[in-house]
Design a protein around this ligand. Structure first.
Ligand code: ATP
Length: 254
């Protein structure tokens, strides 16, 4: 945990990623405080995954800065990586390995002490212990999501980057995973950055929401403040309003 909790654990300034013809992320700024969840919303192609990939250090920004846990990610990535983790249904884990083997490989990357005990503990919490001997490729999507989350929590991350963590899950499993994540956050003070298309999920989990369009943040605020600003009853209506007619409230906080 950080010595000084008032410091944001994620601090992003002027973050930009340009490809040849596309500006995927165009000079965005945001902070995430310890123990809070910040959500990135946006239509397909808005720049959410690109943002997360830059935070993880797997994509180099074209411009801008990223500080995680007080460290400059572009210069001292190695000091931070052991304290963060991520989960995305779009990054496939090796399917021929058993769940235990997969978790051992990833736990090994983090050089975790008492890895077998940690795997048993995290799988117990995520109700994934029954799958440990099974190849990942034999599991259902929901079961694989639990394993992906177990992988993401092995190192007890202080920052968790989640790209659509409940995509393709049935409502019951999705709800269970959200509750689990909120409980993990309450217990550990972890900060969560969540990219999601599920508005109910964002309303439930996130204290702050940024709405992205074409690589920029066009509005941001708590779910309640966004509902009030657009005079809507739920976040889905706010999202559709911004996505469809491009009309952002004049008082939008960018
Ligand atoms: P989705 O909701 O569909 O996952 P997203 O908000 O995560 O979308 P990104 O994947 O970040 O969007 O993509 C942002 C933009 O950058 C898109 O226009 C995409 O086509 C473009 N893009 C992403 N990766 C590359 C690449 N390697 N080369 C060129 N353009 C790219």
């Amino acid at each position: 945990m950080l010595e000084s909790p008032e410091l944001p654990v994620i601090r992003v300034r002027g973050l930009t990623k340009r490809y040849k013809d596309v500006t995927a992320v165009d000079g965005i700024d945001f902070d995430v405080a310890v123990g809070t969840t910040f959500a990135l919303l946006g239509a397909n192609g808005a720049g959410k995954t690109t943002t997360i990939s830059m935070l993880l250090g797997v994509l180099l920004p074209t411009a801008g800065s990223i500080e995680l846990l007080g460290e400059d990610m572009l210069r001292h990535r190695h000091r931070v990586l052991a304290r963060i983790n991520f989960s995305s249904p779009y990054v496939d884990l090796p399917r021929r390995l058993t769940v235990r083997e997969v978790l051992k490989v990833y736990g090994g990357l983090y050089d975790l002490p008492n890895l077998n005990a940690r795997i048993a503990e995290v799988c117990e919490e995520l109700q994934a212990s029954d799958f440990l001997k099974r190849p990942l490729g034999d599991l259902s999507a929901g079961q694989r999501s639990r394993v992906a989350l177990a992988k993401a929590l092995l190192n007890r991350p202080e920052i968790l980057l989640l790209d659509e963590p409940t995509a393709s899950l049935d409502p019951d499993t999705a709800d269970w995973i959200r509750s689990y994540l909120m409980d993990y956050q309450a217990r550990t003070g972890a900060a969560i950055l969540l990219a999601s298309h599920n508005m109910a999920e964002v309303e439930r989990m996130a204290a702050d929401v940024a709405i992205m369009r074409a690589g920029t943040i066009v509005d941001r605020g708590s779910p309640q403040s966004l509902l009030a600003r657009y005079g809507r009853d739920d976040l889905e209506d706010v999202f559709l309003h911004i996505a469809r007619n491009g009309d952002v409230a004049p008082e939008a906080a960018q």
